[in-house]
Write a protein that binds this ligand. Sequence first.
Ligand code: BTN
Length: 260
Amino acid sequence: MEQAETYNLIRRYQRIDSTNRIALALGEEGAPHGSVILADEQSDGRGRLSRKFVSPPGGLYLSVVLRPDLPMESVPLITLAAGNACAVSIEKSSGVEVRLKWPNDLYCHGRKIGGILTQAGSYDQLSGSIPYVVVGIGLNINTNTADFPRELRNKVSSLLSLTGKEADIDSLFDILVRKLLAEIVLLQKDPEHILSTWRKRDYLMGTMLTWEKPNGEQLHGIGSGLMSDGRYLLTTSGGDDYPVLAGDIIISHINGQNIK
Ligand code: BTN
């Protein structure tokens, strides 16, 4: 079944703990594809690997319920499609060039300006599929770096800091959600197109990296690019290739300096 590209803004909160929490509950209740939750601020924003996503006022925090017609193995590609949608929307609205750090981070000029958290509803044995997926997007738009904890201040940035101009959050929200739904339609028809678009903004390609595996082990290597199944390839100095699906990829530093 082909999905419509229109969305329905169900609720907008001035402040909520997490838009993903609300959207997951809506997904369970049967909310249709394209249902959106928006917040101006989050008190308990969630990030990948159970991290907190600091969400002060001035940011764009939204979650979309999706019911895509995709095989289970294509679910990781949804985050990549969302990355493409974020990058295009930000570039169109602000002119700032966005790079994508596998699997879910958005970078501008070496600093994180946003992230994506994709959470799936439980696998349904009867239909053999996942009934819904929530894509949560957090973007530092008109945020002040001073509103972030001290330890994050030299790692994050915002469109305001990069351009010196306040952006129209409502207009960016509209462009972004439309683009996200269009990317999901494209993902269903032509996943290779999503992958090739993503690869053009690959932030890790050719970069020295450390893969922190879920079991705590570390592996050093160079970023060798996105694979067709959505995993990221790390090549060690010995020439061995390791496809990364889980855990964290960290950009290596030399003498305390980020090399990118
Ligand atoms: C990450 O950087 O690891 C992903 C961050 C995703 C944050 C967004 S903000 C809107 C939505 N609600 C949440 O609690 N998280 C996502």
